[in-house]
Design a protein around this ligand. Structure first.
Ligand code: SF4
Ligand code: SF4
Length: 112
């Protein structure tokens, strides 16, 4: 498939695949120790895990927050800089399972 974005009709599948990449397989995802500091942890198993330690947000916002973390923000951060939002918008890695569903700001992109 090369560098083409992977299609993910379901956010749950996109998150699951990101976690499988991150932990290199299902056993690592199941035992992932980042309940307190990864925005995706609640949804890592494909369904919701209520023992997560970060505030509950829907999957779309968990992806948003994770992408912002990926570009330098704190986990579950409500205050992010315009620079971080721009970096997420311009993310150059379409092979990331979250890429299609990252928050994209057309205004920021048009200014770059
Ligand atoms: S919950 Fe976070 S740290 Fe754990 S496997 Fe998923 S992406 Fe990686
Ligand atoms: S889509 Fe980009 S910003 Fe979001 S997690 Fe993947 S690599 Fe990071």
């Amino acid at each position: 498939m090369g560098d083409s974005p992977r299609p993910y009709p379901l956010l749950s599948d996109a998150i699951r695949d990101r976690c499988l990449d991150c932990s290199q397989g299902a056993p690592g995802v199941r035992t992932c120790p980042h309940a307190r500091d990864c925005d995706l942890w609640r949804y890592r198993m494909g369904k919701e895990d209520d023992s997560a330690q970060l505030p509950r947000v829907p999957r779309s916002k968990a992806i948003r927050d994770y992408c912002r973390w990926c570009m330098g923000a704190e986990p579950a951060s409500q205050k992010v800089t315009g620079e971080i939002k721009r970096l997420v918008s311009e993310c150059p890695d379409p092979t990331c399972p979250l890429w299609r569903n990252r928050p994209v700001n057309p205004i920021l992109l048009s200014q770059s």
